[in-house]
Design a protein. Sequence first.
Length: 211
Amino acid sequence: MPRVSIVFALPVATAIVTYCALATIGVILPNSGLSWATETPQVCEGYWSNTEICLHLGQSRPPWYKRRKSNASCPQWRIQSVASWTGREQFTEKLASMEKTAIDYEKILAGMSADKIQECGGIDGVTPPVYVRRERGVAWSRINENAMAGNSEFRTPLGVCWTDAFLSHYVEKYNVRPSRSFEEFVESFDLDAFIKKFDWLQNHKSSQSTV
């Protein structure tokens, strides 16, 4: 089933606040003019081949002779033992922090007034380095039959993206290793700067509530 992007209602005071907040986290329609929010990524980590095709490979790394063109992009081929994956713990901890900060950032932004957003520099001033994009429907696991595997994506203004189930379901549960380019992206991502920007936004939100 194709996944169609939609906008979820958020608890904000007025329609204009809803527009500003959702525009900033990149979940409004493509004609919004926010190029960073609507850019189509070259590769989105966590998308795989057809569910039925991948499920036939089981829940562990298959033998080489089962590899076919149709199943070559299934996650089972990326399963790797913890012992042989150098840097796994650092990768998972950092990506988890990136995701948590993005979700917390979204919540703070949704509660800000349009005036406060303008005080913070407008849309450009509050644009997060990672934002959440919601999807309609649910994706199904390619490893565990009947297991749901999320319905959202984490994205960056530069077009890097990954599914919300990639870390929690595939990496942490089944030791599916990401592509080298995605590992390098996470390693080079400035998490400290993201957290500082979140703290800055939170402080501005707090000052709004005391005025």
